[in-house]
Write a protein that binds this ligand. Structure first.
Ligand code: LIP
Length: 270
């Protein structure tokens, strides 16, 4: 594909992702039932799905099918289409579902577009913040229309570090053990409940770093690109790309010591 064609594809995918994220975000913000309850559970009794997660994913996949019917789609709530175009959409219709269920503001719609496995476009729309984070590969990261840049790397001991916990009790116990070792070696910890927003908070300098074990591709696909385009390094264990095993994001100079410490603490395993 020529550079021009690739740029045109990225522009098209970004426009589609922004439109879908904003439509889903408005639906979720304005249509949240006062009596919202749990529609189903997944890996555990606290791994919940609401009717709005399902409806949001249906809205997004319907929009994508209209404009790009040959693309693949992978969504948290079951969307799984192979596609033939080489483009795959990776969707979290509500990242921060528990926050959304409880009426807390920390949730977002996360949409990424991958071409032949490489993320070209990432959009994270946080309606309750009035902010949309976006990036295209090689084109920088933005929050609304302002460039997004990571905060200059502090020493690990002065880093404000975001993290999160899984839905299985044994994994949460292990994650708490790791955190118990790390917390005295950093400025402080924040646990906000949405990986996509956490990654965007690294991108905008509201967090110095973020790590979490157990995320799925739909949690991190868009936020990973946004963080990288804002100047962060992302990865898993040293030398590994980010994955469900471990996701780490931070600016250079902080990323390396944090990643090494997490590896020493065994943050990558249960
Ligand atoms: C959430 C992640 C968060 C993690 C939660 C949950 P969901 O995704 O964004 O970082 O700590 O346990 O996995 O389930 O709200 O899409």
């Amino acid at each position: 594909m020529t550079a021009t064609a690739n740029d045109e594809l990225k522009a098209e995918l970004l426009e589609i992702a922004l439109d879908a994220a904003h439509r889903a975000g408005a639906f979720l913000r304005d249509g949240r039932p006062d009596d919202l309850g749990v529609a189903a559970t997944k890996s555990s009794a606290v791994d919940v799905v609401t009717e709005m997660d399902i409806a949001s994913e249906k809205l997004i996949t319907g929009l994508l099918a209209e404009v790009r019917p040959d693309d693949g789609v992978l969504g948290e709530e079951g969307a799984d289409v192979e596609g033939t175009s080489g483009v795959q959409w990776v969707i979290d219709p509500i990242d921060g579902t528990v926050n959304y269920l409880y009426g807390l503001p920390g949730w977002a719609v996360s949409i990424a577009a991958r071409k032949d496995g490489e993320t070209l476009v990432g959009v994270v729309h946080a309606p309750m913040r009035g902010e949309t984070y976006r990036a295209v590969l090689g084109g920088g990261a933005y929050v609304n229309d302002r460039p997004a840049r990571v905060r200059p790397a502090p020493d690990l001991a002065l880093a404000l570090v975001g993290t999160g916990f899984g839905y299985l009790a044994d994994r949460r116990t292990r994650q708490a053990e790791v955190l118990g070792q790390l917390i005295s070696q950093v400025r402080d910890i924040r646990r906000a409940g949405s990986a996509a927003i956490d990654l965007c908070d690294v991108a905008t300098g509201r967090l110095d770093a973020y790590y979490e074990r157990g995320l799925n591709p739909w949690d991190y696909a868009a936020g990973d690109l946004i963080a990288r385009e804002a100047g962060a390094l992302t990865g898993g264990r040293p030398g590994d790309p980010l994955s469900t095993d471990l996701t780490v994001a931070a600016p250079p100079g902080l990323f390396e010591p944090l990643q090494a410490r997490l590896d020493e603490l065994g943050a990558w395993h249960d």
